[in-house]
Design a protein around this ligand. Structure first.
Ligand code: PCA
Length: 327
């Protein structure tokens, strides 16, 4: 009798400690839209590892790269709705939601990674506030390499882009397409190779990295490295999921995020050089772009910037002022 009571008590205790253990371990899904081998995805994988180590396994983040859990346009909403506890999204594609998401997609506003980072710092307070209102916590943001133009035929001026089926990924890239008389078609990165292979698109503006990731040298002949802008991916967490972590875990997440941000910006620069080398090795002609092409794009850029400033209002103006003061 006594022994049975002891066994029952022991079983109960084990059950309790298991329940407590289960409660203490949080599991997060972190969907993203780019291939597992892409530098943003690798950075996320390292971030997840760092968080797991720093929390002693109490928070396990499972990364789902390659748009495998949610497609690119769905990830942000999924995190807001709590279907995923964290996620990565490409900010400029959400410009219609809030003009300042499109700040880093404005043509020729920055001309280097250093300036892009300053633009990010100017944008950050407003960005954090907006995301907070949307039920999100900004963990970190990392720049893609500068954006250039891929085509199959030589392009010496904006007139050469006329009529071209032009892949777009944001309201601004669509507007640029319109202004140069191209035919904008929205295609997600995950569908890029297929769209090129089937002739759905004939030209696009993206980074050296995305060009190399998708072996664009197999379908495109030219890369005009005009460095039009340096857009960012943001990695965010659902605010409720974040607030359910204890203080030490929250700090561990933020610390790992700060490290990921620093690592990511550094990787972006390195990946840019490596990717340009890959494009050349793949047989692509890589050029800075003619003076005429750059002048034409600068003109288009002025229109885009003016339209953006009108939409972004006082908030846009104050971020722009902060950036100019820091520049
Ligand atoms: N690659 C992504 C976003 C920006 C970039 O360089 C894309 O083309 O979709």
């Amino acid at each position: 009798m006594q022994r049975r009571t002891f066994v029952a008590a022991a079983t109960l205790a084990t059950g309790l400690s298991l329940a407590a253990g289960a409660q203490a371990q949080a599991k997060w899904d972190l969907p993203s839209a780019y291939p597992a081998f892409n530098f943003h995805s690798q950075n996320i994988a390292q971030f997840a590892k760092d968080v797991e180590a720093a929390t002693g396994g109490a928070l396990k983040i499972t990364a789902h790269p390659g748009a495998s859990l949610f497609k690119a346009p769905e990830i942000k909403r999924a995190v807001q709705g709590g279907q995923a506890q964290a996620g990565e999204f490409f900010m400029v594609s959400f410009q219609n939601e809030w003009p300042l998401f499109g700040l880093d997609g404005l043509p020729f506003l920055v001309n280097s990674y250093d300036e892009a980072f300053k633009l990010y710092q100017a944008q950050k307070p407003a960005l954090e506030k907006k995301l907070d209102q949307q039920g999100l916590v900004l963990l970190y943001a990392v720049a893609w390499p500068p954006q250039g133009i891929y085509t199959n035929k030589p392009v010496n001026s904006a007139a050469d882009l006329k009529g071209m089926k032009w892949r777009v990924y944001s309201p601004t890239t669509a507007r640029i397409g319109e202004l140069v008389g191209a035919q904008p078609v929205t295609v997600q990165e995950a569908e890029l190779s297929q769209a090129l292979a089937t002739g759905v698109i004939e030209g696009l503006i993206t980074s050296s990295a995305t060009g190399a990731d998708n072996k664009l040298f197999e379908t495109m002949k030219y890369y005009y490295n005009v460095q039009a802008w340096i857009p960012k991916n943001a990695v965010v967490a659902n605010k409720r999921a974040f607030s359910r972590l204890d203080k030490a875990q929250q700090e561990a997440v933020l610390k790992a995020a700060a490290a990921a941000e620093e690592r990511g910006w550094k990787a972006s620069r390195e990946v840019d050089d490596q990717s340009i080398a890959k494009l050349k090795a793949g047989g692509m002609t890589v050029e800075p772009g003619s003076t005429q092409l750059k002048a034409d794009l600068a003109k288009v850029g002025e229109t885009v910037l003016k339209e953006w400033m009108e939409k972004a209002g006082a908030e846009g103006q104050s971020v722009m002022d902060a950036f100019k003061a820091a520049k």
